[in-house]
Design a protein. Structure first.
Length: 149
């Protein structure tokens, strides 16, 4: 597996986070809700992907002791899905940030023993930090549109 391709694709996955964070500040306030909803949905998609990594590892190991990894594998997707249904974006964005950080922590604790995960784990910290900060920027954009003022 090409490390450079993993890095390229990993950082390309930040484009929607960064672009939507910028849109939440820079475009017309009348479109603010659209950009917020778009970034919430994208964060949920990414969290589904992050959980899916654990499914891949569990399937590759094919051991009976992998049930915890399988359970965690679906947890980020289910939690993110429930979060995007919350009608208060300030709450849902905050919870998505916390879920990204929790997912990062779980990956750091559980994937360190997986030999092929070293590049992935090396990318997780900068990618998670940029994604989380992007959601924080979107959260702060509510000040601009007058929701938190």
């Amino acid at each position: 597996m090409s490390r450079s391709l993993l890095v390229l694709l990993g950082f390309a996955g930040l484009i929607p986070f960064i672009g939507l964070a910028a849109a939440s500040w820079g475009l017309a306030p009348s479109t603010h809700a659209l950009w917020v909803q778009a970034v919430e949905i994208y964060a949920a998609v990414i969290l589904s992907f992050l959980g899916g990594v654990h499914w891949g590892v569990a399937i590759a190991k094919a051991g009976a002791s992998e049930y915890k990894r399988l359970l965690w594998g679906v947890s980020p997707a289910l939690m993110a899905w429930a979060i995007v249904l919350i009608p208060w974006p300030v709450v849902s964005l905050t919870l998505l940030i916390l879920l990204l950080l929790l997912s990062w922590k779980v990956d750091r604790a559980t994937l360190v023993a997986v030999d092929s995960a070293s590049v992935y784990l090396g990318l997780r910290t900068p990618l998670t930090m940029v994604a989380s900060l992007s959601l924080l920027v979107v959260l702060a954009s509510f000040i601009r549109v007058g929701v938190l003022s």
